[in-house]
Design a protein around this ligand. Sequence first.
Ligand SMILES: [Zn+2]
Length: 280
Amino acid sequence: MQPEPFFSGPGIDRADQIRVDPTRLAEATANGASQLVWRDGLPAIGPDGRLEWEPATSPDLFLGLQDGEPRVSATVQPHTNARAAFDTMGALAPDEAPLFATALSLAWWHSRHRFCANWGASTDIERGGWSRACPKCCAQHFPRVDPVVIMLAEHDGRLLLGRQPQYPPNRYSALAGFLEPGESVEAAVARELHEEAGIRVADVTYVASQPWPFPSSLMVGCHARALDAALTIDTTELDDARWFTREEIAASLAGDEDAPFKAPPRFAIARTLLEHWLAA
Ligand SMILES: [Zn+2]
């Protein structure tokens, strides 16, 4: 089974050939093009789960082509509370999710990177919003993507899941952490599992990835084999971490009332990783 995390997939035709062609870019981002509607700092989602559009009045960013038609967005200040976004995202159609993630992450970047990191000069939008240029030092700045490893460690048929303090009651999920400069995905998985749970692992394999637009993460989903089961939990990062059996995980994913934990929501790659593991 191929895992299909939420927010993944092709989404929109990014049409790089238009971004770099000033004439075509001007046509694509003219007033009247389909402009994304934002509501409460998030891309607006209609009752049918589709993104909402209106004739463009401030087409600052060229998102790409959808069914051959240009899609644009104003530069906006996104909502800073991810929890509010999670409530909204429950209604989002899966095939609209990649474009939701693209628009939200790009908007975050523009709202937080308006000045050159070299000299502090105000930068200008270029290439339809896919870079910014500094008029003083000529540096080009590109939208950032921050890789995060998220992983299931397995030992003797059981999986390690943990809970962070901000999770809803009884929610357990895959452990995760940011990659650091100079680190491979495999090394980051091993380091995070050792830091947070005190275990050593081997045989790290890649499973699937997912953009996570809060504000600009790429979740790299992995599996690792734990060399032993004794846990030393880092309580500054986690409230708890435990091993769960296949039956317990199946019951939680099924939403059983007596399941031992509350599974991650459908838009989290942790859930995809669990589903993938159960199906294997
Ligand atoms: Zn500069």
